[in-house]
Design a protein around this ligand. Structure first.
Ligand code: BGC
Length: 416
């Protein structure tokens, strides 16, 4: 009798114990956040999920812009083994949704009122066929310049506001014996700079060329001018730029070797990780001539369809965690981006972050907010890749500006 009761109690105790130890399924997260600043931001997400009982299996695939990550993803899906959650940009989300590969998050989105707080420009990518298929974690933008404060002071101290002023500052930095422009020679980095250069020739021009893919804009005089500007910028880059990762280019500005970097605001994450302070150690400006305009990209997490109920639940928990306002503040303060929700206060953000939030809201109101071509928010991957090829070939001296514009129009037309 005693023995029986003892056994029963032990079993009950074991049951309680095992229930409290049952761990929710781990989410396997495919992403390309591998630099120091990116990893710091990723940890904010990992820790948040851990606090809510959702485990994390890491699947990093290095490479800014996510090209390599998307190749790995395709292979995993083809092999019948998709990751649970995937960092994804703009048109890629739409492409996977079209293939019916993504889990439907609509129920969660409705219960949590996502449609009221996520700007329409983002919802255009987070939803497909009226259903929510991704949770946006941030908004980055690509038309930024990150300038070393001491290098700028030595070059006259005034942040450039026009193309001519920019060239003058670059010249002064060259005369001061540093590399004026820190750049990593990878197609996506050149395309990122190209976003800003095209935008600097006018909002209408950016829209006509990059969003509407108008052949006259892609191959016309203004595009020749854009390529001329790219060639001018190329002349301020050091000899060892080829293949350099973007975060190593950021490091050149951080350690005083170079004057500035033209890069999306994920670069700010590197400055912060290195303990640098905006306004004191570095200055953030919009690419000269693009003040009041924003080319954006939003990192979203898409969930691949799963059959296991525990896994489905973990996906919902992750999506909810991502959309939590407090999380969006904590994460984006570290990442360099701004919240994907419009109801997150800017109080925790530094001056560059506050400017980013304000610029985004204003551009949205003024009709000067456009998807970034370089980061998958202007056109589908096939067109983006066609553009990458021409921009990078020109940057590496294969085409002159006029030929590049002609090639650009032809390549985009062929990829349509
Ligand atoms: C992503 C950023 C990332 C950057 C560099 C962009 O495409 O949106 O989150 O930091 O690539 O890796």
């Amino acid at each position: 009798m005693r023995g029986y009761l003892g056994t029963a109690l032990t079993t009950a105790a074991a049951l309680v114990l095992s229930t409290s130890l049952v761990k929710a399924a781990d989410v396997e997260v495919l992403h390309w956040w591998t630099s120091g600043g990116e990893a710091a931001a990723l940890n904010v997400l990992k820790d948040d999920l851990a606090g809510k009982g959702t485990g994390w299996a890491d699947m990093p695939v290095a490479g800014g812009g996510g090209e390599a990550a998307m190749t790995t993803l395709r292979a995993r899906v083809t092999a019948g083994n998709p990751p649970t959650a995937v960092q994804m940009l703009g048109f890629d989300i739409q492409d996977w949704a079209k293939e019916s590969a993504l889990a439907d998050l609509t129920e969660t989105a409705k219960a949590e009122g996502w449609d009221k707080v996520v700007p329409a420009a983002l919802q255009a990518f987070s939803t497909y066929d009226g259903k929510w298929v991704a949770a946006p974690v941030n908004v980055h933008s690509t038309n930024w310049v990150w300038i070393s404060k001491s290098a700028l002071d030595a070059a006259g101290g005034k942040a450039p506001e026009t193309w001519e002023e920019l060239v003058a500052v670059l010249d002064a930095m060259k005369a001061n014996g540093i590399t004026p422009l820190a750049h990593g020679g990878q197609a996506w980095q050149e395309a990122t700079m190209f976003d800003a250069v095209v935008l600097s020739l006018g909002a209408d021009f950016y829209k006509a060329a990059m969003i509407d893919l108008d052949p006259a804009a892609l191959g016309g005089e203004k595009m020749v001018e854009a390529f001329n500007r790219m060639a001018t910028l190329r002349s301020y880059v050091d000899d060892n730029f080829s293949g350099r990762d973007w975060n190593l280019a950021s490091a050149m500005v951080i350690n005083g070797e170079a004057g500035m970097q033209m890069m999306g605001d994920w670069a700010k994450g590197e400055f912060l990780k290195a303990g640098k302070v905006p306004g004191v150690d570095f200055v953030c400006i919009r690419f000269p001539g693009t003040q009041g305009m924003v080319t954006f990209n939003s990192d979203q997490f898409a969930m691949f369809k799963q059959t296991d109920a525990g896994m489905q639940d973990a996906q919902v928990q992750m999506a909810k965690a991502i959309m939590d306002p407090a999380f969006q503040s904590a994460f984006n303060v570290v990442k360099g981006s701004v919240p994907a929700r419009t109801d997150v206060p800017d109080t925790a953000f530094d001056d560059c972050g506050k400017k980013g939030i304000k610029d985004l809201a204003e551009a949205n109101t003024n009709g000067t907010l456009f998807g970034s071509m370089a980061h998958g928010h202007a056109a589908p991957a096939a067109i983006k890749n066609a553009l990458y090829d021409v921009v990078t070939a020109h940057f590496n001296g294969e085409y002159d500006a006029a030929t590049a514009a002609t090639e650009l129009a032809a390549a985009v037309e062929a990829a349509k």
